[in-house]
Design a protein around this ligand. Sequence first.
Ligand SMILES: O=C(O)C(=O)C[C@]1(C(=O)O)C=C[C@@H](O)C=C1
Length: 323
Amino acid sequence: MKDPLRVTFLGPAASFSHQAALSSFGSESTDITLFPSISFADAFSAIQDNNADFAVIPFENSTNGSVVQTLDLLADRQGLNKNITVCGEYFLTVEHCLIVRRPSTTATSDHGSEDVFQSITKLYTHPQAWGQCERFLGRYFKGIERQDVSSTSKAAEIVSKNDDHNHHEAAIASSLAAEYHGAFVLQRHIEDRADNTTRFLILRNEASERSSGVTSLLKTTTKTTRTAKKKTLISFMIEHSAPGALADALSVFKKHSLNLTSINSRPSLVRPWQYIFFVECEHAPTPTAEDEKFTSDILKELGTICLSCRDLGTWVDGRDLVT
Ligand SMILES: O=C(O)C(=O)C[C@]1(C(=O)O)C=C[C@@H](O)C=C1
């Protein structure tokens, strides 16, 4: 029997990345096994070193914007992730909860959640989550210490183990994470916007035979392959002091009538104020066999304008499938 395909996500279990991995690949079956990575960097290495076939990684959030750690790993300034390519995407509606250890914090109050909020002295979550709950945090937790941790589920795990009765700590994470870690949901829906959505990218190693051609496992791909648009992500670096160099690079996309669906930049770390740009565009649903020609034409033209450029993958647009 063939080994099951290995899918990695930011752990521990019950993170939003775990939920996105379960939703985009379907529940675990004999064909697929899911395992947690401790950081996005570890998930990238697992793909690069062929210890995982796919990784499910957050790319941007509709409220809080880009996930800079992911952009930095895609920028690959040290050439550690040369074979990483994007092969799919998944949109997950993200509902945050305020979570405390069961039941000590709640047992101190007879006056509802707001009284309990006042007893909380420290908050934990993943850095991306703060900016998705700023309104709630500004209203009830001004000046309260915030501790970044590796994921929202890690935050739930930490508070579930907090047995210091003098220091009440809370986590921002999903209700699933609270349930998984045996913690208590004090307040649901603390995100600023009901339409708070995170877009995850699905990564594979472009040289891997095991994962090639099996993106059909992805729900977005099986649903609308023939009709959905495709997206392509390209990174490039331009001469930072040449006037109009960015406009010239973008004109390549315009010339090919490509609508841009996202544009990001990160410092090049070659010299101050030089940037790596990430441009994502949408295009007609070409058969997979033609994807390569499509991107190589664009890269050829960009190559005459940019200092360097890289194809980061082509995949089926997942916007129709939001859960
Ligand atoms: O911490 C988690 O649960 C994650 O999966 C990471 C992450 C992110 O980095 O965007 C995923 C979704 C939410 O936007 C908040 C956190």
